[in-house]
Design a protein around this ligand. Structure first.
Ligand code: NAP
Length: 288
C-alpha cells in the first residue's frame, strides 16, 4: 500500500477495539475498489469521544465509525444528524464534511434490516422479540416501529431500561426477564433478536437457560458474530429453527458507512457475497 497526500483516511474508534473486524472489512472494500484510502482502528476511551471528534476535524478524516462506548455520546457531539441517527439518538458513522463540520449517521438498523432481507425476514407486520435494552436494542426498537412491525416485546436484565425504551414506542412492551415471560414472548414472536453480549467470545457470559425457545417457531438472530455460532444459535438450530448470526449486519452496516465516507455507490448485495466468506475465514480460519 502506497500512501500520499491524497490518501483518504477512515477510522473506527471504540474500547475495546482490538477485536473489531471493521478494519479488515473496509480494507477489503478499499482493495477491491482500487481506492487510495486507509481505514485504521483507534482505542478511544469513554469520555474521550469529544477529543477524537476534534482530531478527526484536524486530520481531515473522510470519516469514522464508532462502536461501544461512543455511539450515544456522538449523537450530542456532531454538528448535524441524519434523520435515522436523530431518531435513534445513536451514531455509528461520522462523515467529516469539506468545511470541517461533522455529520452523524446510524447504519446499524439499516444494516440489520438488509441482513434480515437476505434471510427472507420482513419486519413489517411481524412480531419481534428483542432481548437486551442497550444501544443497538434502543435503535432497533425504533427502527422496527418505523418499519411497521405489528409488535415489539423487549426483555432485559435491567427491566427499567427496557421499560424506558418501550415507553415512547406505541407498539412496544417491556417484560421482566423471567422464564415464563421469555417463553410466552418467544412462542408468540416471528423473529427473536439477541441484542445482549451474552455468548460473545471473551466475555465468559452466556444464557443460563435457553428452554424459553422450546415452543418458538421464530427466526432466531444473534447480533454476535464471534463465535460464528453462539450457544443461543446452536440451541435454536437443534430445535429446527432458522438462525442467522451478526455477520451480515456487520457487513451491510460497514458497506453503508463506506458509501457515506467515500461518496461512492456500491453493489451492496454482491459486495456482501464477496465479503462474507473472507470475514468468516478471518474469524474462524475455515473457508467454505
Ligand atoms: P450495550 O449497549 O452494552 O448493551 C448490552 C446489553 O447486554 C444490555 O441490554 C445488558 O443488560 C445486556 N447484558 C450484558 N451482560 C448481561 C448479562 N450478564 N446478563 C443479561 N444481560 C446482559 O451493547 P450494544 O452496543 O447494544 O451491543 C449489543 C450486542 O450487539 C453486542 O453483543 C454487540 O457486539 C452486538 N453488535 C453487533 C453488531 C453487528 O454489526 N453485528 C453491531 C453492533 C453491536 P443491562 O441493561 O441489564 O446491563
Amino acid at each position: 500500500m502506497i500512501t500520499g497526500p491524497e490518501t483518504k483516511l477512515m477510522a473506527v474508534i471504540g474500547d475495546p477495539i482490538g477485536h473489531s473486524l471493521s478494519p479488515f472489512l473496509h480494507s477489503q472494500i478499499i482493495r477491491e475498489a482500487g481506492l487510495d484510502a486507509v481505514y485504521l482502528p483507534f482505542l478511544v476511551k469513554a469520555g474521550e469521544t469529544g477529543k477524537f471528534t476534534e482530531a478527526a476535524r484536524l486530520l481531515k478524516l473522510a470519516g469514522f465509525n464508532a462502536t461501544m462506548p461512543h455511539k450515544n455520546a456522538l449523537a450530542g457531539l456532531v454538528d448535524e444528524l441524519d434523520p435515522e441517527a436523530e431518531s435513534y439518538g445513536s451514531v455509528n458513522t461520522v462523515k467529516v464534511l469539506p468545511d470541517g463540520r461533522l455529520r452523524g449517521y446510524n447504519t446499524d438498523v439499516r444494516g440489520l434490516f438488509m441482513a434480515f432481507e437476505r434471510h427472507g425476514v420482513k419486519v413489517k407486520d411481524s412480531r419481534i422479540m428483542i432481548i437486551g435494552a442497550g444501544g443497538v436494542a434502543g435503535a432497533l426498537i425504533r427502527g422496527c416501529a418505523e418499519a411497521g412491525a405489528e409488535s415489539v416485546t423487549m426483555v432485559n436484565r435491567t427491566f427499567e431500561k427496557a421499560a424506558a425504551l418501550c415507553g415512547s414506542v406505541p407498539v412496544a412492551k417491556a417484560l421482566e426477564w423471567t422464564g415464563e415471560n421469555m417463553s410466552r414472548a418467544a412462542a408468540e414472536a416471528d423473529v427473536i433478536v439477541n441484542c445482549t453480549s451474552l455468548g460473545m467470545s471473551g466475555t465468559g457470559m452466556d444464557f443460563e437457560d435457553l428452554s424459553f425457545l422450546d415452543d418458538s417457531r421464530a427466526l432466531i438472530c444473534d447480533l454476535i458474530y464471534n463465535p460464528w455460532e453462539t450457544r443461543f444459535l446452536k440451541h435454536a438450530a437443534s430445535l429446527g429453527l432458522r438462525t442467522m448470526n451478526g455477520m451480515d449486519m456487520l457487513i451491510y452496516q460497514g458497506l453503508l458507512a463506506f458509501e457515506i465516507f467515500m461518496d461512492v455507490s456500491l453493489d451492496l448485495h454482491s459486495e456482501r457475497d464477496r465479503l462474507l466468506p473472507l470475514c468468516r475465514e478471518r474469524l474462524t480460519g475455515a473457508s467454505e
